[in-house]
Design a protein around this ligand. Structure first.
Ligand code: ADP
Ligand code: MG
Length: 662
């Protein structure tokens, strides 16, 4: 002898012994008390016992309380008084989710208005309760297709509800009621919206189900329809006025043994469902989805483009620094008062500067136009007399050969290092310049090195058209003068650049007894520029973050609208067994999908905007992978953050209130 099994929270399985009541309502009461109106008692002490396998019609005039009773029977609504025993267990105090679980295990609903989800196909509608019950996709698709075939809907599986007739839609909803077993079918005026012929077909279907052992509760205001049931209960003004009496159930009752499968729902498949549902919901309203996306797209694109431009500008400053040196200053002849009337600057002054604290190196620098002759051709170029500090101070290394050393300086060696451009002018066709003799202003020099190309970094190839020799040799034999062009100073600690400049100035003024030199100190201003750039980047990032937040508020706004709009969908989902977490997950997933999609599109737009700035406005632009990934992640988190409140709102709805909303 079979018994119906229902699992209740705590894995307590309730067995209904044969012949024992499945549903017992004792003195059930329901009072609606909307604020501002007097409380109306709609159910006034209903006591009703239904056994497993019965086919009961609840009949009564419109407004007599039938739907209210059905909502309570189906655990969609809570009574205000009375006891509800389901399989011998009081269920009036079960939680939201416990009720959802029992609902989807035991009940199948058929509504007057079908209550199908409009955005999904017939077969997907049938699958909804199985999804919440955690049935695997292939298994539930198979089951749903079988049910559709059984209900004469072969070939209609992929149609949307609005492409089907009323009778067909009602059959889809019956299939949906059956997919989790449908041990108890609750049908509220299932023929109410159908013409009489189609209505009869539906009634016959329900009779068949009853004959097959399903417990069927058919609610109707029509006596003829009520007569198809084996038992008729009539209610008037919220009270039972007649009951044809309990009937014996058919031998073969429907057993629902879903409890084992129920726990099989994995979070991963839940997530997949939520993603698919989210995708469908977004696709159902593409224009609004696009508008919502726009806020996020602008936000993310702004973050990425502005940060890239800010970083580009910053790196451009740093690149300038790396060419000219971030820790260099100059001492030039010439007083603060008038130009040109400056004093002299000698190599001994460079020695003095070297003794100032925080000075790492001080190099005399003497330059001027020279004529270089190689073979029988003369070239005019820039000649420079410097010390061995040259490569270090100017960040300019020898690429080929060597730089001169201090021994060369002391011995007045006639050795020279040439720039790469001069090298190719003097020695074309790949000749090796090393150890070649050149005449510099008629003094023979031996080329010992070629400098790396500075022009490649600075952008001016003239920088490479140069010849460099030891200071003593250059001063005495090439230029014939001691007056320096300037002294290049390298400082150790750039943060003390200003005081170092002042110290150099006072040392030289004391030595010369007159202030006839000037110290050009760009270090402080370069640092200030760098700081400004940092501030600017931060500011740009902040602006962009604000636009992202605005985008997030857009998402929240739309999600709130969506929840209001889709209240009925939420009700349908809850009636078919969705738990709070399922609804919450669905709406959060949707919000995150909009935001994430917006983030991805925004990333593409942002990179495109940055590249446009680089290509058409020659701005230096540097994209950061971290910034791009971060912006997209922020967008997704924005969706999570701003989608949470609407989602929570959706999940907190009572199924009956949600269902009633049109
Ligand atoms: P039936 O389904 O038999 O037509 P209902 O159960 O829908 O009747 O309604 C019974 C009575 O309860 C009606 O007078 C109706 O106006 C009232 N009613 C139903 N739902 C609500 C509600 N949510 N708030 C207030 N009154 C309600
Ligand atoms: Mg009704």
């Amino acid at each position: 002898m079979s018994t119906a099994k229902y699992s209740l929270p705590g894995n307590e399985n309730l067995n209904v012994p044969y012949g024992a009541p499945l549903i017992e309502l004792i003195d059930m009461r329901k009072t609606y008390s909307t604020s501002g109106t007097i409380a109306v008692e709609v159910l006034r002490g209903i006591s009703l016992t239904i056994h497993a396998g019965e086919f009961v019609a609840i009949m009564g005039q419109s407004g007599s309380g039938k739907s209210t009773l059905m909502n309570i029977l189906g655990l969609l609504d809570r009574p205000t008084g009375g006891i509800y025993r389901f399989a011998g267990r009081d269920v009036t105090s079960l939680s939201h989710d416990e009720l959802a679980r029992l609902r989807r295990e035991a009940f199948g609903f058929v509504f007057q208005q079908y209550h199908l989800l409009p955005s999904i196909s017939a077969v997907e509608n049938v699958e909804v309760p199985a999804t919440y019950a955690g049935l695997a996709p292939t298994e539930r698709r198979k089951k749903a297709m079988e049910l559709l075939v059984r209900l004469g809907l072969e070939g209609w599986a992929e149609h949307r509800p609005n492409q089907m007739s009323g009778g067909q839609q009602q059959r889809v909803s019956i299939a949906r009621a059956l997919i989790n077993g449908g041990a108890i079918i609750l049908a509220d005026e299932p023929t109410g919206a159908l013409d009489s012929a189609t209505g009869s077909e539906v009634t016959v279907l329900l009779s068949d189900l009853a004959a097959k052992g399903h417990t069927v509760v058919l609610i109707t205001h029509d006596l003829d329809i009520a007569r198809t049931a084996r038992r008729v209960v009539e209610i008037r003004d919220g009270a039972i006025v007649s009951d044809s009496g309990a009937t014996s159930a058919p031998d073969h009752r429907i057993d629902t043994k879903l409890s084992d499968k129920l726990s099989a729902a994995s979070p991963l498949s839940d997530m997949r469902e939520a993603l698919a549902a989210g995708g469908r919901a977004l696709a159902a309203n593409p224009f609004r989805t696009a508008l919502t996306l726009l806020g996020i797209i602008v936000g993310v694109a702004a973050v990425i483009a502005l940060l890239a431009i800010g970083e580009g500008a910053k790196q451009a400053v740093l690149a300038q620094l790396s060419i000219y040196g971030a820790n260099r200053m100059y001492v030039i002849p010439g007083g603060g008062v008038s130009r040109g009337a400056g004093g002299r600057l000698l190599a001994s002054d460079a020695d003095l500067v070297r003794s100032v604290p925080n000075v790492a190196a001080a190099m005399p620098y003497l330059n001027g136009s020279v004529t270089v002759r190689a073979g029988n051709v003369d070239y005019s170029t820039m000649g420079t007399a410097v010390t061995t500090d040259f490569p270090r101070i100017l960040h300019w290394q020898v690429e080929h050969g060597v730089f001169f050393d201090q021994a060369d300086e002391r011995s007045f060696a006639t050795v020279a290092v040439i720039g790469s451009k001069l090298a190719s002018r003097l020695f074309p066709d790949g000749q090796d310049p090393l150890r070649r003799m050149v005449l510099v202003n008629n003094v023979p020099f031996e080329v010992i090195g070629v400098l790396a190309s500075k022009g490649a970094i600075s952008g001016s190839s003239d920088d490479d058209d140069t010849i460099v020799f030891p200071f003593p040799t250059g001063s005495v034999r090439v230029f014939g003068k001691e007056d320096l062009s300037w002294i290049s100073v390298l400082v150790d600690d750039t943060s003390r650049a200003d005081e170092t400049a002042t110290a150099i100035s006072s040392v030289l003024t004391a030595e010369h007894h007159v202030e006839d030199i000037r110290v050009l100190n760009q270090i402080a201003s370069i640092q200030a520029q760098d700081r400004t750039q940092n501030t600017l980047t931060l500011l740009l990032g902040f602006t962009a973050a604000i636009s992202l937040a605005v985008g997030g508020i857009g998402v929240m706004n739309v999600m709130l609208m969506t929840v209001t709009e889709r209240t009925q969908e939420i009700g349908i989902r809850m009636a078919t067994g969705a738990r709070t977490i399922d609804i919450l997950r669905q709406f959060i997933t949707e919000a995150m999908m909009v935001a994430g999609l917006g983030g991805l599109v925004g990333a593409v737009v942002g990179v495109a905007a940055g590249m446009t700035a680089a290509l058409f406005f020659s701005m230096p632009v540097i994209f950061s992978g971290v910034a791009i990934a971060g912006a997209v992640l922020c967008a997704v988190l924005t969706g999570l953050l701003f989608g949470f409140i609407p989602a929570l709102r959706a999940s907190r709805l009572e199924p009956v209130t949600a269902l009633a909303r049109e």
